[in-house]
Design a protein around this ligand. Structure first.
Ligand SMILES: C[S@@+](CC[C@H](N)C(=O)[O-])C[C@H]1O[C@@H](n2cnc3c(N)ncnc32)[C@H](O)[C@@H]1O
Length: 233
C-alpha cells in the first residue's frame, strides 16, 4: 500500500514510475520558457520558495541556486524521501511529507509558492489555496503550472483522452480566485523515440499512447501551458 499524507491525489505517472517521470521532467521546456516567465513576474533571489507537490524534487535544486531557503512539500512518503536524497548536498533545502491542504509551514513565512502539475487543477483545490494564503507573506506570489488543453499537440491529446474536461470552467475558477494567466508554449524534447514512447505510456492509456506516437514525427511535441499567478496582498 502507498504511504501518503491525507488528501493526496493518486498520481500514477510519478507514483508508479518515478524513473520515467524523471525522463519526462528532463524533456520539459528545454528553452527555459517557464523559468523566464516566472522570473519576470516575481524573482525569488534571496527569498523563501515553497514547492507544493514537489514529487522527487526535480525543481528544488533550480530554486535553491538563488533562493535563500527552499521547502518541498510532497504527500507521497517514498517520493518525499527521493526528494531528500536528491537535495542531500543542498543545505538550504528541506523536504516535508505533507499535502497542500495541511502545510507544515508557519503563517506568513514564504515569498514564492510553486506548484507544477500538482493538486491545483481547478475546482476542488480551495483548501490548498487557503493554505497558500496563510503561508505567504504579504506581497508573496503563487505560481500554478497546468496544461492549456485548448491548443497545441499536447492540448489536443489531453482533450482526446479526457473529452469531458472543460478548460473554460477551469479558467473561470482561476480568475474567480484572483489569478492571472500567462499563456505559454513550451516543448517536450526527447533524446530518442523510445523515451517519448515510455513517457506517452505513463501519461495516456496504452491505445492512445500508441496512436499519439504513430502520429508524431521525430522526438518533439509542442505543449501549451497556463502559468497562473497571483500576488497576495
Ligand atoms: C505529476 S506529479 C508532479 C511532481 C512535480 N511537481 C514535478 O513537476 O516534478 C504530481 C505530484 O503531486 C503530488 N500530490 C498529490 N496530491 C497532492 C496534494 N494533495 N498536495 C500536494 N501534492 C500532491 C503527487 O504525489 C505528485 O508527486
Amino acid at each position: 500500500m502507498v504511504e501518503a499524507a491525507p488528501g493526496a491525489i493518486p498520481s500514477p505517472n510519478i507514483w508508479n514510475t518515478p524513473q520515467i517521470y524523471e525522463q519526462e521532467n528532463k524533456a520539459v521546456d528545454p528553452d527555459g520558457v517557464l523559468a523566464a516567465a516566472m522570473r519576470s513576474i516575481r524573482p525569488w533571489d534571496g527569498q523563501t520558495v515553497l514547492d507544493i507537490g514537489c514529487g522527487t524534487g526535480f525543481h528544488l535544486p533550480f530554486f535553491a541556486e538563488t533562493a535563500t531557503r527552499v521547502i518541498g512539500a510532497e504527500p507521497h512518503a517514498g517520493l518525499a524521501s527521493a526528494a531528500r536524497r536528491r537535495c542531500a548536498g543542498l543545505p538550504n533545502v528541506t523536504v516535508r511529507t505533507a499535502a497542500a491542504q495541511a502545510l507544515p509551514v508557519p503563517d506568513s513565512s514564504v515569498d514564492v509558492v510553486h506548484a507544477r502539475w500538482a493538486y491545483f487543477f481547478g475546482p476542488g483545490c480551495e483548501p490548498g489555496l487557503r493554505e497558500i494564503a496563510r503561508v505567504l507573506r504579504h506581497g508573496g506570489t503563487a505560481f500554478i503550472i497546468d496544461n492549456d488543453a485548448t491548443r497545441t499537440t499536447f492540448g489536443r491529446w489531453f482533450r482526446t483522452w479526457l473529452p469531458k474536461y472543460d478548460p473554460a470552467s477551469v479558467e473561470r475558477f482561476w480568475v474567480r480566485q484572483g489569478f492571472s494567466r500567462e499563456s505559454l508554449t513550451i516543448r517536450w524534447s526527447f533524446p530518442d523515440r523510445g523515451t517519448l514512447e515510455r513517457v506517452l505510456k505513463i501519461e495516456f492509456p496504452a491505445d492512445l499512447a500508441a496512436r499519439f506516437l504513430a502520429e508524431t514525427d521525430g522526438t518533439e511535441v509542442d505543449y501549451g501551458i497556463n502559468l497562473w499567478h497571483r500576488t497576495f496582498r
